[in-house]
Design a binder for this molecule. Sequence first.
Ligand code: GDP
Ligand code: MN
Length: 376
Amino acid sequence: MKIHEYQAKELFRDYGIAVGDQAVITQADEARAAAERLGGKVVVKAQVLVGGRGKAGGVKLAKDADDAVAKARAILGMDIKGETVDKVLLAPAAEILKEYYVGLVMDRGTKKIVLMVTREGGVDIEELAVTDPDKIIKFPIDIAAGIDEDALVGVLTDVFEKPGLIEQAADTVKKLYNLFVEKDATLVEINPYALVDEETLEALDAKVNFDDNALFRHPDIEKMKNPEEYSQDEIDAKEFGLSFVSMDGDIGCIVNGAGLAMATMDLVNLFGGRPANFLDVGGSSNPGKVLNAIKIILRNDNVRAILINIFGGITRCDDIAKGIVMATNQIDIKVPLVIRLVGTNQKEGRAILAEKGFSVSDELSDAVQKVVAEGA
Ligand code: GDP
Ligand code: MN
């Protein structure tokens, strides 16, 4: 899950990380009062969930409150990488002497949290990682042992020029690390981490991504969720208890179990097709879930055929079959359904489907080939 910069800055503030004052507005007129409160000269920043706002024209300096209204008007409604700007953040315009970058990411390979820091901040860090990777210093942190403070100071000494700045940066990294671990983040980033006067570093931008699978234990974070991050289909699917991800192919997939769903998508690709979605109906038996799954898949006009692949364990094939029958009774399904149904109560399930004229495959590869041919 992603959050906006202003939300990340609020979280930073909770953790004692230095961020400036801010205001968030949705109407350009509101910029005047906000800018006056913030000291007149402000930076106006698009709040979207994608990076590179600066380059896209979504970050502008305003010289006074009137100018802030004009800049807010210019940014609100802007399209940045497919996201429409409906909120802008105003913050006192800082004078930037130097821009650093500080970030923490989860490295699955080494099972460590890796601190990345560079004196080449402000720029696109992904680009720097390609063009000049040696300029990014990496410091792996063992999650069980925590931060080795002496080693951390050693690393920061190579980047920050003065003892006072090294101390501030070390303090910030420790607080970012606490946030990362306590809130189950997957990325925490400050870019630019700016030198705003000779003695002071400040987070002028803030980015935090969270592990969706850990959100259940962070209701405070879940509350920050922004609907624009998820497609309406994904939001509805979640409400129905389905694990669903939209994709850009044309073969709808309904599968029980995430592993089998992944394998099914691989097979669809192998036989030359392209999945329209990932969908795991879950382990429990519930005809209603199948009905909801079919409804959500059919909202996508690209879908030309649907593959239902069930390997019943806890999931009972008769319940799945009842769900398919319910769906065909309630909705006018115009695309072919290809069904593979084996496992618990398969005889009962097949009998229910046979009565409705459906044929069922035993073999997954047969079913996948058939659905790919139907979709072509
Ligand atoms: P991003 O492009 O989405 O990462 O947005 P940022 O918040 O990082 O802003 C982009 C750039 O705008 C920064 O790298 C700075 O150079 C500049 N910027 C942001 N805030 C300020 C500010 O308060 N004062 C000045 N002078 N520049 C700023
Ligand atoms: Mn930035």
